[in-house]
Design a protein around this ligand. Sequence first.
Ligand code: ZN
Ligand code: ZN
Length: 331
Amino acid sequence: MRYLTGFSGSSGIALITRRQKFFFTDSRYRLQAKSQVKGCQIRIVPGAPLEGCARYAVSRRLKLGVLGYEAGRVTHQQFLLLRRILKGVKLKDAGGSVEKLRLVKSRSEQMNIRRACRIADAALARLRRRRTIGTSEKETAWFLESEMRKAGSGRLPFEIIVASGPRSAMPHGAATKRIIKEGELLVIDMGASVNGYCSDITRTFATGPLPGRLDQIYQIVREAQQLALGRVVPGLPGSEPDRLARDHIKGAGYGREFGHSLGHGVGLEPHEGPSLAASSADRLEAGMVVTVEPGIYLEGSGGVRIEDTVLVGSHGPVLLTSFPRRLIQLR
Ligand code: ZN
Ligand code: ZN
């Protein structure tokens, strides 16, 4: 909805026919719709916009033959409502059609993502100058969140992951009250947003010298990422960078400790197409923005993930997040 109409509020319905574009919302969003929605006839309806939209279509005889809706976004209750009001209209799942349009980012979309990346980079740089050992994961997460918000980020696209010590072996360990100790791994995964567009970056830090094996897995993940980045080029399938990173990690003996896929698209949502995975059917095109995020997770001792947001440039990958990728020690 935001992509097609510009509306960023939470209550609205876009209805697009061959000839007309409508936007339905309730009176709370009248002014916001007026200032944000472009190229649509705005209709303020009492109650739920979906019902208002369906009733409008019937009363104005829009002659809908087939109505595409987003099955992944419409609840079953809403579907029943549509079926009840729109008698004789064929309802068809059109999910994924707008997502396809969103795969390749325009200049201005790229600019927003770039800015969101810079905000995340800057917050990590500030973390380096601060004492982390002895603070809790939650305090660290809040520090990063407040730095990003002060630097102009909108709502964070997802809750910041701060996972220290053995907890870093959880790929998505939400921050807890655990106090960060000396000589362990610390995984931080976060992003900012600018005009709705997200960034996504993960860095794994050390808090002092590490046991040899943890140091070793860091180097393996870093090499895997470097190899994969070299294949983020237009024309290649999304499975190709995943294969390279996975083969490298497997070859080092940690294939089973890299359970998730290599990466995903980034845009208005922190996770969208294309997919960088073994099973991906997507093909990379110039203007797509993806993450490259291999990891190794050792239960009981710790994990490493390195993630960057990358633009598929016409001549190859352009890293949009630029915080150093070598292992950095926090104090
Ligand atoms: Zn991430
Ligand atoms: Zn990610």
